[in-house]
Design a protein around this ligand. Sequence first.
Ligand code: ADP
Ligand code: TRP
Length: 321
Amino acid sequence: MRILSGIQPSGKLHLGNYFGAIKQHMHLQHDNQAIYFIADYHALTTVGDPQALRENTLNVALDYLALGLDTQKTIFFKQSDVPQVTELAWILSSLTPMGLLERCHSYKDKIAHGIFPNHAIFAYPVLMAADILIYQSELVPVGKDQKQHIEVTRDIALKFNSRYGEIFTLPKELIVEEHEVIPGIDGQKMSKSYNNTIGIFESEKSIKRKVMSMVTDSKTVAEPKDPDQSNLFALYSLFADPDEREAMEQKFRAGGTGYGAVKKELFQKIIDYFAPYREMRKEFENSLDNVERILTEGAQKAAEIAGTTLNKVKQAIGVLF
Ligand code: ADP
Ligand code: TRP
């Protein structure tokens, strides 16, 4: 299967990104032809500072490489290094009804959170459709919040194929059902827009401070607690094996364990889990030339696939004779 996913360099990657997307990306690359890219043009819709965009992009590259990207097999690159995709986005725009984009939750959410609605925020799903379709992707692993964008992509592809001929593969989303929404330290969905994240590669000190400040109810140590209502338990479960999870669930229900003690255990779990990845990241940080080479080679491979699709598209729509 050809699978594809993009990750925006719009801030530091956090546990929600890891368990909602990245972990799955790493698993999937073994038995599939995986294509992963850093969606810097998507991030441009919200990141206006060039230095920040540069830093975030490098950080995402380092994070992905450290977290186990298979550089021998997987195609990994920056979206903006394959300009064919923005060309396709324009072509797809002509087939995209305004109403389809107006209905997108992520667009409505961004506006509700006070983000000034520029054209690119509105057109965001069209560029995403171009990303997916230009590589003839079959499966797109993403978090639940991106599901609608894949549906939009299918709508656009169907429209194109029925007007111009069967050029695009129809993609399907792949959602990790088990942990659909990872909660942040305040209990809402973990998201960099809500300032409630725990970064994968944040300093230990900062992770400790955040875990210890996680919001809980005010039950005393002695009182029984409901694991299903606890963001602490939800995060702990991501790191625990089934036996540990079961034991923690019983401790919650029995009472006698305070939230402070659970927080300490959670903190240690996070540190232990990511320790080997931290080591890997240091190695890549010390060989930035190598990182650059990986991205450049990835872009070359991606551009080959993109170019083939774009040629077919241009012939089909009548701009190439
Ligand atoms: P953010 O909400 O922090 O801006 P993004 O929108 O850049 O994160 O998300 C990147 C990927 O990580 C997407 O596939 C998204 O669905 C997934 N993701 C982000 N936050 C969470 C979360 N709290 N739970 C599950 N998946 C998440
Ligand atoms: N919109 C995605 C997100 O915010 C990132 C993305 C851009 C993407 N293009 C994509 C994901 C193509 C999957 C496929 O997470």
